[in-house]
Design a protein around this ligand. Structure first.
Ligand code: DGL
Length: 264
């Protein structure tokens, strides 16, 4: 099975994207609700949590890990890929590849948490691939709590999104990367405010399609994965927010189990 972890419930947007593309894939999800958010934590702490989460998923039988959290991917993705014997995918590289390939003007916006934007990883990877790119990044720390409060339809949320996007709009970007697990849930509010002509890159969809390609190119590995549609959902703490965000993402109730993760 495939193992996915996130700092909380936002990574379920990655599960939803995987489920749409490959419904029979067996997977195990871990959301570190007890220690969320990661986006405001130090690199060392995020790395330590990411290792513990990876080990939990491997103990459950995961044969491939997806770092479903942009904040964790930005500081730990490359290290986990080096440290563990299984393939490790993360949400950032697929979104970068898609953004640089689809931008006409090379003016690309990126929004994410403080940790993700401070890491500079999106810009670094984009410039590696297309050196004339102009990358305009902005951290949007209020958006995760607004989603978790279920304030998606509120006028205050629309105002805050407009304020966050204003500097990106002024720079005439033609592509915008949603560099945080929660932002796909705000896509319908973000799109008209950044401008209809701006292409939105959703990192959850991007990583799902990279996994699909990976499995097509590695049939031996694909054979080893269960294809019985089994989905297991673990969290390190259970709250009303977990239930309501999950219901919003899947339009159904999800059966969560409490995980015993070393270090918690
Ligand atoms: N999952 C995080 C991310 O994608 C958002 C929530 C958090 O800050 O932990 O960056």
């Amino acid at each position: 099975m495939i193992g996915i972890f996130d700092s909380g419930v936002g990574g379920l947007t990655v599960v939803r994207a995987l489920e749409k593309l490959m419904p029979s894939l067996a997977l195990v999800y871990f959301g570190d609700v007890a220690r969320t958010p990661y986006g405001s934590k130090s690199k060392d702490t995020i790395l330590r949590y990411s290792r513990q989460n990876t080990e939990f998923l491997l103990d459950q039988g995961a044969k491939l890990i997806i770092v479903g959290c942009n904040s964790a991917a930005s500081v730990a993705g490359h290290l986990l890929a080096r440290e563990y014997q299984v393939p490790v995918l993360e949400v950032i590289t697929p979104a970068v590849d898609l953004a640089v390939a689809s931008s006409q003007t090379g003016r690309i916006g990126v929004i994410g948490t403080r940790a993700t934007i401070a890491s500079g990883i999106y810009e670094e990877k984009m410039l590696e691939r297309r050196s004339e790119c102009r990358v305009i990044s902005r951290s949007c720390p209020l958006l995760v709590p607004l989603v978790e409060e279920g304030w998606m339809g509120r006028k205050e949320t629309k105002t805050i999104i407009r304020k966050y996007l204003h500097p990106l709009k002024m720079q005439s970007i033609d592509t915008l990367v949603l560099g945080c697990t929660h932002y796909p849930l705000l896509k319908d509010l973000i799109s008209p405010r950044i401008g209809k002509g701006v292409k939105i890159i959703d990192s959850s969809i991007a990583v799902a399609s990279v996994l699909q390609n990976y499995l097509e190119n590695h049939p031996d590995f694909r054979e080893k994965l269960q294809q019985n549609s089994e989905k297991q959902y673990f969290v390190s703490d259970m709250t009303d927010t977990v239930r309501s965000v999950a219901r919003h993402i899947f339009a159904r109730d999800i059966d969560f189990k409490i995980a015993k993760v070393t270090g918690l």
